[in-house]
Design a protein. Structure first.
Length: 143
């Protein structure tokens, strides 16, 4: 059985992110949770009136990343379900906000994490949910 101790007791007990790719995915989600959360906190507290929709979307992205991170670490059937919902919401958000930000740039006077399909973050916000869904699909068929 793979060593899950590096991810804590929840992952160890429930079959959470135990493989190399799963650990990398959890690490990326954790980094994006921190990055999006910090960005949203600064934007909301210092410049909310400039672009409230954009800044609230960054905060939503941070919440989605936190939920996905926790769910992936938690593992098990409930964790996978929660991760599936969070990652699907993330993918829809990236696609919708990314498209709207390109079609109507005036609606987004400042960028969000998902603007331009995550252009400001090297398009990782677009690739991350695809990788997450692929991992969940692979892990679902392994059960």
């Amino acid at each position: 059985m793979p060593d899950r101790s590096a991810l804590g007791p929840a992952a160890e007990a429930s079959g959470g992110a135990s493989t190399g790719p799963a650990r990398v995915l959890v690490l990326l989600y954790g980094i994006f949770a921190l990055a999006a959360g910090a960005r949203a906190a600064v934007q909301l507290s210092t410049r909310f009136a400039e672009a409230p929709v954009a800044y609230l979307l960054s905060a939503l992205a941070a919440v989605v990343y936190v939920v996905a991170t926790v769910a992936l670490v938690r593992g098990g059937r409930g964790g996978r379900r929660t991760a599936l919902v969070a990652i699907t919401v993330e993918l829809v958000g990236v696609l919708v906000v990314g498209t709207l930000s390109l079609v109507d740039p005036a609606a987004f006077p400042d960028e969000t994490v998902w603007s331009g399909y995550g252009r400001g973050y090297g398009f990782v916000p677009l690739v991350l949910p695809v990788l997450g869904l692929l991992l969940l699909r692979r892990r679902g068929t392994a059960d």
